[in-house]
Design a protein around this ligand. Structure first.
Ligand SMILES: Cc1cc2nc3c(=O)[nH]c(=O)nc-3n(C[C@H](O)[C@H](O)[C@H](O)COP(=O)(O)OP(=O)(O)OC[C@H]3O[C@@H](n4cnc5c(N)ncnc54)[C@H](O)[C@@H]3O)c2cc1C
Length: 817
């Protein structure tokens, strides 16, 4: 590479790290026409984690965006040799996933159904057909298999070399043996990369340092939560019947993968529980190195491998690879511009899919840098999904033991992490635990999902059908519809936004008109220039130039980043995160007014306290901000309470409401209640891929407000044309099954979309879900009404009725009284 040349002193972009990811970012930036790109690698290209990967490249992932990333990667690898003259050893050998349990077969059926929608060819095949593809397999305990003919493998160490060649041909300069020691910044912007051979001034720095990236982030105050974990595979000596073109095989029930490697077999493991690499810092000198073989830790996968491929019992092993690689708290990689430092981009933490994702990840990161925003919905990998709480080393070390294995664990609906729990607790946590809450975690917050009653234990027993909490959930759901329920919603993101320009900023960011009288609460989308959702928030005007903003639990960092990055020079408006300062108790249901009347002197009558308004009221000895708003579609108030007073307010409410039938209710009830009322959830039903019109939320846009707002032009243009997709709520006609989300939707027998969320609607007496129905010729309400719909649940299609209004109480009578 460029080792004989001296380092430049200035560049437009400095990329740190020459693994598959860094070289892919360099390659794609040059493809987009960017010049003056410098890539720095502390050792040699590919010498970090990339060189020793197993080389498995699959196209299908669990979401559309991630599948697009992988599909593009395959296309890139298939043509890279022709373009660069350097082979990456791409072989389209196909891949096989065998199932030995009935639940795994259900999961495969669900996966196959989604593959069709994501444009990935995949087939369910018999054990006999699986044996034909992989003749060394034992299949007497196999129930079936999935076959993906377009998957394949590469020689991982060749990929960074080929990408670097392509990048150099596009003008990038690549230097090996140069270590970046720190990032320099001024006024919140990156200014330079400091290396062991001098400083390079830069407009952009991109951290692609693999498992070293967390410590690079810490050195400049940026949260990049990842941690190295040991990942093991072995390669046999030549084995009769083995050959290089054997498909990539996976047996997730046995936590193993296997493929042909020359005349031998490679056998790798995703153990249920894995070993973090116990280092305080990842050593700088670790180029083309491995950790010591750990045959003991590999003993179970080895036994499983010998079971699935009996020929392994008699063979010798030529190689044991124990390679460390970085894992993140949620098994998704980390991409995007750091919210703490402008023009510092990150692409790291690839959780064993870095080779298979490098092409797409590099491309979409480059596009993100070019346009200033992601060009498709990358929320699942967006760096802004983590707050600083997630960067704690103890938290990470414990969490990553579970993450590696997740690749092969069952993808149960509502599956929760078991490790590193209890990181963020609301003041009610102890009380709710005593009352048999079963918690889930979101953005680190422990949130009650449901409450156990009778003999049921507060532990979720996973399945694809009705889970053990079904009846408890039904009670909570009905109590909220018929009486009154209390919800701990303290994880909600909350901010104070103040200053002479606060209103102007919000008017530009929000689709709704938030220039309201003091005390009004407005739900609104925040859009980008494409007219798609950056977030949705509730804006409460609390003074002429002061606003209290509320959004979903996961949006805390993202919203603040979006608001701050869109402040114009000289604008005076100050944003403060008050999420942890206030707890939120939702008091929801037809008896909510009666209950609150017992604990406050405030006038809660409809005239005195109308829907969509907020007031400061006294409840017992606490003064709280009561907001008459609802996400469950019932009469109710959200009480925003100083966190120190949440417990007495909760106790007061529970005591006062006893004879009104008050119950605790959890987030599963919120989900089913809101689906019945057609309320959208950000991150599931509305995302940066969806516009307000497609989401059926055009009514929440103030087209005529005097201030212009982001996305208005795009939305107006869309309004004048025909929508190609529309969000529809579906209710199953059969009262039996449950919807979870990610189930294909068929219109008149043709695939038309998939569910973005789902639950069981106990007031409707059937499963309820939402999903976008697509049609290139246009989607209108008439088109929706005229179709015959079915939803594919685990391979079986169930008739469903479409609704563009709320399927339950479509006129919203109950909340407006
Ligand atoms: C055993 C094993 C098997 C795997 N199998 C597969 C597979 O089959 N398929 C798949 O898709 N993925 C697989 N992976 C995962 C894959 O290898 C990684 O996700 C991928 O290599 C990560 O690439 P990267 O560029 O982020 O990291 P790296 O390859 O580690 O590159 C980061 C580079 O940054 C450099 N660097 C760090 N700090 C600095 C600094 N301060 N200055 C300059 N340079 C710096 C490092 O030296 C390193 O070369 C496997 C991983 C392991 C361990």
């Amino acid at each position: 590479m460029e080792s004989s040349r001296s380092l430049p002193t200035e560049a437009k972009v400095v990329i740190v790290g020459g693994g598959v990811i860094g070289t892919s970012v360099a390659y794609h930036l040059t493809k987009l026409g960017w010049k003056d790109i410098v890539l720095l690698e502390q050792g040699q290209l590919g010498g970090g984690t990339s060189w020793h990967a197993a080389g498995l490249v699959g196209r299908l992932r669990t979401s559309n965006s991630m599948t697009r990333i992988n599909k593009y990667t395959v296309e890139l690898y298939a043509q890279l040799q022709q373009e660069t003259g350097h082979s990456v050893g791409w072989k389209q050998v196909g891949s096989l996933i065998v199932a030995k349990s009935e639940d795994r077969m259900i999961q495969l059926r669900r996966t196959m159904a989604m593959a069709e929608l994501f444009g990935v060819e995949a087939h369910l095949i018999s054990p006999k057909a699986a044996l034909e593809k992989w003749p060394l397999l034992r299949v007497d305990d196999v129930l079936g298999a999935a076959w993906l003919p377009h998957d394949g493998k590469v020689i991982p160490k060749e990929v960074p070399i080929a990408l670097a060649r392509g990048a150099r041909a596009g003008g990038a300069q690549i230097f090996e043996n140069v270590r970046v020691l720190g990032i320099e910044s001024k006024d919140g912007h990156v200014t330079a990369a400091r290396t062991d051979q001098g400083i390079i001034k830069a407009d952009y720095v991109v951290l692609c340092g693999g498992m070293w990236t967390r410590q690079l982030g810490l050195s400049c105050g940026v949260t990049i939560p990842l941690y190295p974990v040991e990942h093991h595979y072995v390669v046999t000596e030549p084995l009769p019947g083995a050959f290089d073109e054997l498909p990539v095989g996976r047996d997730p029930d046995l936590c193993i993968y296997f493929r042909g490697e020359g005349e031998g077999v490679m056998l790798g493991a995703f153990q249920e529980s894995s070993k973090p690499w116990m280092v305080d810092r990842v050593p700088e000198q670790f180029s083309f190195q491995l950790l010591e073989p750990d045959w003991e830790k590999f003993s179970v996968p080895l036994a499983n491998g010998k079971h699935r491929i009996p020929a392994l019992a008699k063979c010798k092993f030529a190689k044991f690879v124990n390679g460390p690689e970085s894992f993140t708290p949620d098994n998704n990689f980390i991409m995007g511009e750091a919210p703490e430092l402008r023009r510092l981009f990150v692409a790291a933490g690839f959780n064993s899919v870095g080779i298979a994702s490098a092409g797409g990840a590099g491309r979409y990161l480059a596009e993100w840098m070019l346009t200033g925003e992601p060009t498709l919905d990358l929320w699942s990998v967006d760096i802004r999904r983590f707050g600083p709480w997630a960067n704690n080393r103890t938290f990470l070390r414990e969490r990553v033991t579970e993450v590696l294995g997740l690749h092969y664990q069952m993808s149960w609906p509502n599956r929760e992490f078991e490790s590193s729990r209890g990181v963020r607790q609301t003041p009610l946590h102890g009380l709710l635990t005593q009352q048999k809450a079963c918690f889930g975690s979101k953005n680190g917050w422990e949130r009650p999902n449901w409450f156990a009653t009778g003999d049921v234990k507060p532990v979720t027993e996973y399945s694809f059908g009705r889970q053990n909490w079904f009846d408890c959930h039904a009670q909570e759901h009905r109590a909220c519809r018929e009486k009154v329920a209390i919800f701990d919603q303290s994880g909600f993101s909350k901010y104070l936004f103040k200053g002479p320009d606060a209103l102007n900023v919000l008017q530009r960011l929000c689709g709704a008109d938030v220039d309201t009288p003091v005390g009004k609460a407005v739900y609104t989308g925040m859009f980008n220039d494409r007219g798609t959702f950056e977030s949705d928030i509730t804006v409460i005007r609390i003074a002429k130039d002061q606003f209290y903003l509320i959004s979903g639990t996961s949006q805390t960092v993202r919203d603040q980043d979006w608001i701050r990055r869109n402040l114009e020079a000289g604008q005076q408006a100050d944003l403060t995160d008050v999420t942890e300062a206030y707890s939120v108790i939702g008091v929801m249901g037809p008896q909510s007014r009666a209950l609150l009347n017992r604990v406050t002197d405030a006038d809660l009558a409809h005239q005195a306290f109308p829907f969509g308004t907020a007031q400061s009221i006294e409840t017992g000895m606490a003064t709280v901000r009561a907001v008459r708003i609802t996400y469950v579609g019932e009469l109710g108030w959200e009480l925003h309470i100083p966190a120190s007073q949440a417990v007495p307010v909760y106790e007061l409410l529970m005591k006062a409401g006893r004879d009104l039938g008050v119950v605790n209710a959890g987030h599963y009830a919120i989900n089913s209640l809101r689906l019945e009322k057609g309320y959208r959830a950000w991150g599931a039903d509305i995302s940066p891929d969806d516009t307000a019109l497609e989401a059926g939320l055009g009514f929440a846009i103030a087209w005529k407000k005097s201030a212009s707002f982001f996305g208005k032009a795009a939305l107006l243009e869309q309004k004048q044309g025909r929508l190609k997709r529309l969000l529809v709520t579906f209710v199953l006609q059969d009262p039996g099954p449950v919807l979870w989300g990610s189930e294909p939707i068929y219109r008149d027998g043709q695939a038309a979309g998939y569910t973005t969320s789902g639950s069981y609607g106990h007031s409707l007496g059937a499963a309820v879900g939402m999903g976008y129905v697509k049609c290139q010729d246009g989607v209108t309400p008439e088109f929706i009404a005229q179709g015959r719909y079915e939803i594919n649940i685990s391979g079986k299609r169930f008739p469903a009725a479409p609704h563009l209004k709320a399927p339950f109480d479509p006129e919203r009578k109950k909340i407006l009284c």
